[in-house]
Unconditional design. Structure first.
Length: 252
């Protein structure tokens, strides 16, 4: 596959991933949404279906990594790093595009939610704002080592599943069977390990939308919680590398 195919596939796929994944978070969170308060099950299954849709859509173009942790795991497994920067660039750009599309799709709901008098009065000057969870993750209990470990553990499960199941013939990404398996793995991680941190398990998924949150002209949006932002980037990258190590020790 060419660099242009990789970049295009990762941009489109990650944009769809974030549009649908961030979209379910917006649907559950915002005032004026028909799905408001639908709960954690809706969020976890929404993200799982988002992964499945994005992977089926773009696997033929780029292998549908859609996640720098997956890209790192595959690069360590195969020893091929030449296209890694192209994957990273497409994933980050796609994540930002997807987050912006969520804002457009829910524009009226964002305005209603953030201009509500009670919400405006409670908007923090620093730390996570009232709608940051639609864009990126955050811990329920702030404990650096635990939050980092949770992201590492969840990502090891995800990336090891990618490396061991459903790889396409080229070995560069997910095939048709792998898309379905990985969707269910994402749901499983969300249900079982998502409670402490919101399970980023994907650096681009967290960083790209967090940047968009910081840039968007949202009223009373509060902070983007940059003091926490390194954890959902570093944790998944470490997890992806560890998963590749487990794969090489156990499956090669």
């Amino acid at each position: 596959m060419s660099s242009s195919d990789i970049f295009l596939g990762e941009t489109i796929g990650t944009a769809v991933l974030i549009l649908l994944g961030g979209g379910v978070c917006a649907a559950v969170t915002l005032k004026g949404s028909k799905a408001r308060d639908a709960g954690w099950l809706a969020i976890t299954f929404g993200w799982g279906f988002a992964v499945m849709t994005a992977v089926y859509m773009t696997a033929s173009l780029s292998g549908a990594h859609l996640n720098p942790a997956v890209t790192v795991g595959i690069a360590l497994k195969d020893g091929e790093w030449g296209d890694v920067p192209v994957y990273f660039a497409g994933q980050l750009l796609g994540a930002m595009i997807g987050a912006a599309l969520v804002w457009i799709a829910y524009y009226g709901q964002f305005q209603a939610h953030l201009t509500d008098a009670e919400a405006a009065a409670k908007t923090p000057i620093e730390g996570p704002g009232p709608v940051l969870g639609i864009f990126s993750t955050g811990p329920e209990i702030r404990n650096t080592w635990q939050n980092l470990a949770t992201e590492i553990i969840g990502t090891v499960v995800l990336v090891l599943a990618v490396l061991t199941q459903g790889l396409n013939d080229s070995g560069k990404g997910l095939g048709v069977l792998g898309a379905l398996i990985t969707a269910f793995v994402v749901v499983a991680v969300g249900l079982s390990l998502g409670g402490p941190t919101g399970y980023a398990i994907n650096p681009a998924r967290d960083l790209g939308p967090r940047i968009v949150h910081a840039l968007l002209p949202l009223p009373n949006k509060g902070g983007s919680d940059w003091s926490y932002a390194w954890i959902p980037v570093a944790g998944p990258l470490i997890g992806g590398a560890l998963a590749a190590g487990v794969y090489r020790l156990a499956f090669v």
